[in-house]
Design a protein around this ligand. Structure first.
Ligand SMILES: Cc1cc2nc3c(=O)[nH]c(=O)nc-3n(C[C@H](O)[C@H](O)[C@H](O)COP(=O)(O)OP(=O)(O)OC[C@H]3O[C@@H](n4cnc5c(N)ncnc54)[C@H](O)[C@@H]3O)c2cc1C
Length: 526
């Protein structure tokens, strides 16, 4: 039986990044993916003939430049087109707002709502950028051991502190606030216009189990501002060929160094002998040996499903069971025979169709949407973000047709009085009704639709609770605490078993960082 140096369980983009770095270092690597295609949440699927849909993730920004460069992703077909305008928001009174990559144009738009906010905006951006830079410097770093035990652990803490050397009171204050504040509190300090505040607040609640007034959402807002496209910070972009092209480029890079990938290969369990992971068993019984195993699955699946309970300390298992993973996001993928014609800016096509199109008029609206979810109901009036990748990449749909992705908050995984199997389609109808209030032609142009509730996200992508980040990104589940205090360094209580997915630091998003960090730690242990 062939024995690999490393087996990667799960072919999400992070698992592929780990595979690529291990293969580049000369290790024999096999990636095993449950589905018929690689990429996990970053995939392109031909849902209907001629329509190539990014069924899960739909935009990039967080993918680390270093990974793009070192894995030569452009050589393997990775191309991104910056989204410009970045946002288009519509309001019930018929007004609209654009954010552009050209700051002067954005400031003119903001001034339509508040001259004071237009003046504050560049300072706010500079402030957020300063903080984001500091936090960014931790993305490709292995969190120090908690609690520190050996001398080397104390050195790690000192190195960490050194990163913050020279910070002024304002930055330290800012950092404490950004990790603890709500997005609404942060924005209230800077802006007066409800329209401006809510447009900026959306990033704080995407994927979050909380409303804009919930503590901790300020960090999620910044998490979404940490990347960039084409060297421009904070910009998001569409990947040519859809999000699957990111994963395919990483896989091609890994294969060019000898890594093997297998699809339709669901792993049933990790084989552990004498406390050491030494392979996996696939559904169907095939056993494959590996010197180490890295799991791209979320922590709950990894430790509560793939590893037999006798191999883990009950306290550790209990901590994993407590790791919060209930998702609140829902995605609707549509095939359209045209583009939405907004009452607030009639005409198609227009610049609005190249933007993330928002329906969320005020912080209060979003907070009320969250109130529904808190009590186990999907929001009657949800926060809606719509994107049409076909505006940038017409090849994704038949001529003249479009794809639209609707990403919304809040759809709680656990419903109080219904099941998602009953509610999926009626709720899809409700969402399209809300969109049609702003763009009435949506009633006529939808040709096909796929509604992915959190339960469907769990089933389709294999993410517990349908949580798009593999687990909530709250302070108690981040950095040295992700996924469990004492086990944030990609190693696990089972020797030779590593975590390389978004359930490890620095968390979710198409970023590649957990996969990169895990590969570094695995190589150190070889
Ligand atoms: C609807 C949605 C929209 C999103 N939008 C964005 C966005 O626009 N931009 C962004 O940056 N991020 C976005 N995200 C978040 C981002 O996509 C994820 O955080 C990230 O892709 C997770 O990557 P991963 O490699 O860690 O894990 P995953 O992508 O979850 O990969 C894990 C892999 O393991 C496989 N697997 C599961 N069980 C087994 C098994 N037993 N055996 C073998 N394989 C198995 C799964 O099939 C999957 O391929 C979105 C996520 C979702 C769901």
């Amino acid at each position: 039986m062939k024995r690999y140096d490393a087996i990667i369980v799960g072919g999400g983009h992070n698992g592929l990044v780990t595979a690529a770095y291990l293969a580049r270092a000369g290790r024999s690597v096999l990636v095993l993916e449950r589905r018929g295609l690689l990429g996990g949440c970053a995939v392109t699927e031909e849902l209907w003939p001629g329509y190539k849909v990014s069924t899960g993730a739909y935009l990039v920004s967080l993918l680390q430049e270093r990974i793009v460069r070192e894995l030569e992703l452009e050589r393997f077909g990775y191309r991104v087109t910056p989204k410009d305008p970045s946002f288009f928001s519509v309001y019930p009174d018929g007004r609209h707002l654009f954010f552009w990559s050209d700051e002067r144009k954005t400031l003119a738009e903001i001034a339509k709502f508040s001259a004071r906010d237009a003046e504050a905006f560049p300072k706010y951006e500079a402030y957020l950028e300063r903080l984001a830079r500091l936090v960014e410097s931790l993305l490709l770093v292995t969190p120090p051991q908690l609690p520190p035990k050996r001398a080397a652990d104390f050195v790690d803490y000192l190195k960490l502190l050194a990163k913050f050397r020279g910070l002024g009171a304002r930055e330290i204050n800012g950092l404490v606030k950004i990790f603890t504040q709500s997005a609404a509190d942060l924005l209230d300090e800077w802006f007066e216009s409800p329209e401006i505040k809510v447009t900026l607040a959306t990033d704080g609640v995407i994927g979050a189990n909380g409303g804009p007034r919930s503590a901790g959402t300020a960090y999620i807002l910044m998490h979404h501002c940490m990347g960039g496209v084409g060297g421009k910070r904070g910009l998001w972009g569409f990947v040519q060929g859809g999000m699957g092209a990111v994963s395919e480029a990483i896989a091609a890079s890994a294969r060019s160094h000898g890594a093997e990938t297998r699809v339709n290969a669901a792993v049933e369990r990790v084989v552990v002998r004498d406390g050491q992971a030494c392979g996996v068993v696939l559904e169907g019984g095939e056993e494959i040996r590996g010197a180490v195993v890295a799991s791209n699955l979320d922590p709950k699946l990894t430790f509560l499903k793939l590893v037999e309970s006798k191999e883990l300390d009950p306290e550790f298992r209990a901590a994993v069971a407590r790791f919060r993973v209930e998702g609140t996001s829902l995605k609707i993928n549509l095939a359209l025979e045209g583009l939405p014609d907004f009452k607030a800016l009639p005409g198609t096509p227009g610049p609005q169709h190249g933007a993330t199109m928002h329906i969320c008029p005020s912080i209060e609206y979003v907070e009320r949407a969250w109130d529904d979810a808190k009590y186990g109901r999907p929001s009657q009036n949800p926060l809606i973000e719509m994107t049409c990748p076909t505006v940038y990449d017409p090849q994704l749909a038949p001529p003249g047709h479009h794809i639209m992705g609707i990403f919304l908050q809040y759809a709680p995984y656990t419903l109080r009085d219904a099941t998602w199997d009953d509610l999926r389609e009626p709720y899809g109808d409700r969402v399209l009704e809300v969109v049609a209030e702003y763009a009435p032609n949506m009633r006529d142009i939808v040709r096909e639709r796929q509604v992915l509730s959190p339960l469907d996200l769990e089933r389709r992508f294999g993410i517990s609770g349908g949580n798009i980040f593999h687990g909530e990104m709250s302070l108690d589940q981040m950095f040295v605490m992700r996924p469990v205090a004492g086990w944030a360094r990609y190693r696990t209580p089972v020797r030779g078993l590593y975590l390389c997915g978004s359930g490890a630091h620095p968390g979710g998003g198409v970023m590649g960082a957990p996969g990169f960090n895990a590969a570094r730690e695995i190589l150190k242990d070889f």
